[in-house]
Design a protein around this ligand. Sequence first.
Ligand code: SAM
Length: 231
Amino acid sequence: PPLYKQRYQFVKDLVGKYKPKKVADLGCADCTLLWMLKFCSCIEVLAGLDICTSIMKEKMHRLSPLPVDYLQPAERSLTVTLHHGSVAHKDPCMLGFDLVTCIELIEHLEESELKKFPEVVFGFMAPSIVVISTPNSEFNPLFPGVTLFRHPDHKFEWNRVQFQSWALETARRYDYSVEFTGVGHPPTGMENVGFCTQIGVFVRKHPQNSEPAQFEKPTEGVYKTVFKAVY
Ligand code: SAM
């Protein structure tokens, strides 16, 4: 299967393993992953965030309930919400999630946004699990014609050491453990380059304090809700 499908399948497998009730996809683009996750019966709340409204709106109708969803109400409730905003900004609508996915997002962030990203995702949202995927630049020589980056919108592409040191430092700072894997196997004889897409799975070490936000001054919402469906 194509690489993007392998990445989405990786997330689906993770959902199967941890059974999160609330999942947020950051940099959700055309909402394909959210649409796939809609069929995971453990999920009750799905949220997407992207800085580009037009790409989110392209196929978002797929997230609306179908007639069959009304005729045969499911036992579980499901709410799907899409927000317009940046991962460089905190918004309380992103609190309380069990799993946060960032698939091929970080390499699109400007330096200033990447700097704020860990505090927003790990410090503020603080879900039990975070999954981050990004290209492994060591694989690039296997792509004919790729000179610098795989995509012109990439601000950087990291090798394994670069990604893993950033991830380990982030995990240490916010009290998560992190394990590394990936999707897209290199051809036989080229195993030393690693996976085409590198993936870090972060698991929060301690259960969250009962009311962490209680003593902080409430953060005002900065995201704009562009879609909401209740099943
Ligand atoms: N996650 C999707 C996937 O795997 O197919 C899409 C990945 S796409 C390569 C990167 C997405 O991140 C784009 O839709 C882009 O608009 C979004 N993005 C870029 N900077 C962002 C930011 N600061 N906050 C939120 N989303 C951002």
